[in-house]
Design a protein around this ligand. Structure first.
Ligand code: NAD
Ligand code: DAU
Length: 341
């Protein structure tokens, strides 16, 4: 097991949950969290770990080669979350996605290779099911497997697919010890309220309507963030060098079904739905086949069952209004105005 893990993007949604999950479940591990703190990076997400001697925060960019040189000397694994992560933002402006997701990943790979060569270290690249493109609604039997061809549609998913290819190139060309994980949609605490679940819940608390794109029939496959974190830790500890692992919980829901569930949990009526123009190039359906990670590495989701897991997440945002109110103030207002008018 790696003892000194460099986590990139650990102040974001999944990264912060991962840091907390690993420190709670492994006594002998130290984590350095490298995060440049973009709009979605929030050190408050890990405020409870401030005094934990096993946790160290470094404010910096994955594109800073000099800084990476120092950090890689002191770690034996990297779990790479840092990325621009929101599809709608990539449609408004794709440049930061290329800069961080593509160029940033290559710079990180080069630093790992220089520090570790072919023998040491492990590079776990956290990718997404969106690299596979989408599936039709009328063929529910179709699922994404690890051998589904890459066919990304948005600037975001294209930048993630590019980074996946660069990771495999570092493996094949230079022998870097790598894994790629491709997970479906996550839900849980500390998700930036631009993503559909925290956006809808916090809008409803504020008395605002929820902007549902298009006909609402698009399907997403929802997994609790702690199940994702456990899967990534499993890959870090047991993954076979050079392998890709899909992660998902077979929990497909249409956006309409999701919205109705949120409204019901929050005691609100369907009149709170505001149909809005569809997302450009909106992927219809994502659905992961997680057979490989289950059978080869023994991972199982245990925290994602609906409606309980969704209810608990809604309750977290209700109970932690201070957290998202601070997040929703300031620069986020400008983005909301641009996106929804
Ligand atoms: P997020 O936007 O909440 O967090 C991203 C973090 O990366 C932020 O803390 C940000 O400050 C940091 N970051 C961005 N650019 C950086 C740079 N150049 N240098 C250093 N730090 C930088 O994103 P998230 O939802 O937590 O997603 C994390 C990763 O997981 C992403 O790679 C994403 O593609 C992947 N993923 C997300 C989901 C999901 O449902 N959210 C599902 C599958 C995969
Ligand atoms: O599948 C994994 C991906 O899931 C990750 O790689 C991405 O980082 C993450 O953002 C997420 O992408 P989506 O585009 O699926 O998530 P989002 O929360 O933006 O949207 C989920 C669905 O809800 C999607 O079909 C669009 C719809 N939606 C979203 C927003 C923000 C709405 O109807 N209205 C909205 O306002």
């Amino acid at each position: 097991m790696s003892k000194n893990i460099l986590v990139t993007g650990g102040c974001g949604f999944i990264g912060s949950n991962f840091v907390r999950f690993v420190l709670a479940n492994r006594d002998d591990v130290k984590i350095t969290n490298l995060d440049v703190l973009t709009y979605s990076g929030n050190p408050e997400n890990l405020a409870d770990l401030q005094n934990d001697s096993r946790y160290n925060f470094v404010h910096g960019d994955i594109r800073d080669e000099e800084l990476l040189g120092k950090l890689f000397d002191e770690c034996d694994a990297v779990v790479h979350f840092a990325a621009e992560s929101h599809v709608d933002r990539s449609i408004l402006d794709s440049k930061p996605f290329i800069e961080s997701n593509v160029l940033g990943t290559q710079i990180l790979l080069d630093a790992a290779r220089k520090a570790w060569g072919t023998e040491k270290g492990r590079f776990v690249h956290v990718s997404t099911d969106e690299v596979y493109g989408d599936l039709p609604l009328d063929k529910p039997e179709l699922l994404f497997t690890e051998s589904t061809p890459l066919n990304p549609h948005s600037p975001y998913s294209s930048s993630k697919a590019a980074s996946d290819l660069l990771v495999m190139a570092a493996h094949h060309t230079f022998g870097l010890n790598v894994n790629i994980t491709r997970c479906s949609n996550n839900f849980g605490p500390y998700q930036f309220p631009e993503k559909v679940i925290p956006l809808f819940v916090t809008n409803l608390i504020e008395g605002k309507k929820v902007p549902l794109y298009g006909d609402g029939r698009n399907v997403r496959d929802w997994l609790h963030v702690d199940d994702h974190c456990e899967a990534i830790l499993t890959v870090l500890e047991k993954g076979i060098n050079g392998e890709v692992y899909n992660i998902g919980g077979n929990n497909e829901r249409s956006n309409l079904e999701l919205t109705h569930m949120i409204l019901e949990v929050m005691g609100k009526g369907k009149d709170m739905i505001q149909p809005v123009e569809d997302r450009l190039g909106h992927d219809r359906r994502y659905a992961i086949d997680p057979t490989k990670i289950k059978t080869q590495l023994g991972w199982q989701p245990t925290r994602s069952a609906w409606p309980q897991a969704l209810e608990a997440t809604v309750k977290w945002y209700v109970d932690n209004a201070g957290w998202w109110q601070r997040v929703k103030s300031g620069a986020y207002r400008e983005y909301y105005q641009k996106q929804y008018g």
